[in-house]
Ligand binder design. Sequence first.
Ligand code: ARG
Length: 467
Amino acid sequence: MADGTSETKSSNQMWGGRFASGPDAIMEEINASIGFDKKLYAQDIRGSIAHATMLAHQGIISADDKDKIVHGLNTILSEIESGQFEFSRRLEDIHMNVEARLATLIGPAAGRLHTARSRNDQVALDFRLWVKEELQKTDTALTALIAAFLDRAEEHADTVMPGFTHLQTAQPVTFGHHCMAYVEMFGRDRSRVRHAIEHMDESPIGAAALAGTGFPIDRHMTAAALGFRGPTRNSIDTVSDRDFALEFLSIAAIAATHLSRLAEEIVIWSTPQFGFIRLSDAFSTGSSIMPQKKNPDAAELVRAKTGRVNGSLIALLTVMKGLPLAYSKDMQEDKEQVFDAAESLELAIAAMTGMVRDMTIRVDRMKAAAGSGYSTATDLADWLVREAGLPFRDAHHATGHAVALAEERGCELAELALDDLKAINPAITEKVYDVLTVEASVASRTSFGGTAPENVRRQIAWWRERN
Ligand code: ARG
């Protein structure tokens, strides 16, 4: 209750021994995380089952109590999943909501579950498990996006388009090559995701509050049961570490930045002025007033989601930057940032995969644009170096004259008469026209990583083996 009156003054059932009364309503409101950390229910229950099983195996609790605990936890899992569970803000967070319900279901045995652990290692575990699963989902989503690009690249390995620098026509490239640039970007994102899974693949449970525990627990056993490579090595670091969340957010921010650049290109390409692509009806919207319009809303929203994801990264970095070791309640502010960024990223990747798969490539428009803006000027200069033995700087100069002349005549380079070209440099022959077409230009770029269609096909094959 925001008016400052306490809903109830009864003291907390988890630590009531030290407390005469319950929290003020405002205290409860600022303190509670159940509104968002209920998302961690499955991880919390999995963690508790692994912990209780280990406690019994080590003779710390009886097998009978363990059975009651595991049975009770499974009941709670189905109550939550069927929507019957009543979450209570007075119980602060998911950990205490589950434990309190367990006490109602199984009685005193429930009180033994929290032996040799703390909410500090418990939340570190739950959140790590959640982020790990999210990273695995991101891996799958990126794989689908890369697959969509590989298909489009294959289809358009020979389709010429203008390549840009400064968004000014630079040299002709193929659309397939352009697609493969995004494959490289999303491929790097995916490898960052896989490295992050490696980094975080250690189990926090058993670090307890911060110092470890005197109970003879087996942290290797819980780590194995929860699918981790092993346990974390330092109990203080374990409960104060949120690198796994920060790493997820940084990876998400970089991936969102890639998505945003692609979104920007889609917005530009789909304008009538560029007309390089047509978005499918499924991934565009109309205007309520202008009947001719087809708007790239999905691309715009993907571009905008980047702002949220970047914001989440900065928010959590800022939360963490001044915290003394080990746990501080500030760290409770980690989850919403990660949840929001994860939702935005998942949606953005899915929307982009749909757009890439469905968009129509307007080959004629791309080809016409590829030849305009003197895009083969470098080919002319290279020809003068190769065939006439000019130093590149002189060839560049001569080509500059040819471009100026073409501009004056209002024509393309290939439309200049041989006599005009000879006047610029007498070594120029009829053969020069072979390199002035966009097709010849792209076909000639056979250097490793270059835009020649044969190279692009090789790149596609290389990626297909790795996707
Ligand atoms: N809800 C808390 C969080 O998200 C759980 C850990 C609470 N630990 C504590 N010592 N109060 O961080």
